[in-house]
Ligand binder design. Sequence first.
Ligand SMILES: Cc1cc2nc3c(=O)[nH]c(=O)nc-3n(C[C@H](O)[C@H](O)[C@H](O)COP(=O)(O)O)c2cc1C
Length: 182
Amino acid sequence: MDNFLALVKKRRSIRAYREKTIPEEIIDYILEAGRLAPSSENLQPWKFYVVRNKSTIFKLSKAAPLKLNRYLKFIASADTIIVLVAEKKPVHWIAKLIGKDYHELDVMIAGEHMVLAATDKNIGSCWIGWFSEKKVKRILNLNPAQKPIAMIALGYPQEEKEEVKNRLSKNKVVVFIGDKND
Ligand SMILES: Cc1cc2nc3c(=O)[nH]c(=O)nc-3n(C[C@H](O)[C@H](O)[C@H](O)COP(=O)(O)O)c2cc1C
């Protein structure tokens, strides 16, 4: 368990990458961590688009919303970009009844598995949410039932970062109800 928390602390958003190719077996390792993620009703409502060619990566780096390209520019130097795509699947009637749609959250869980797997292999990563859904759909030629939820940029880190520290304190985010001996 200590090892796991050390991995969680080691993961930082890396936004500058070295010009070094990530071996295919590491990409497979990262994808496998995503594939094995849990999902509501085990629907696995996802597809992971793996972009490794420079020209498509460059196009994605220009897929910012409005004219906010400067926030997305850095992904052009990534070795690989994984675009996390949600696919609509029919849900159980109970899920329908209570109005819960976990498709997008399921995709994000798979993404976090991948980000941690990357960290485990010393690969830098950054979650990307600030992109134009429409532009990414067009670049990847997605069908209307597919929705790009987030992207993960991957590459060997060019920047050193200290481990995660800048988080709200435990007493601000954890609420214990009662106590074990009540
Ligand atoms: C869902 C999600 C979307 C994010 N989108 C972006 C983004 O578009 N661009 C970016 O540079 N960082 C993005 N980030 C990274 C966050 O800014 C970063 O995780 C946060 O500041 C904490 O820093 P750390 O990851 O180094 O611990 C995103 C993170 C998450 C979880």
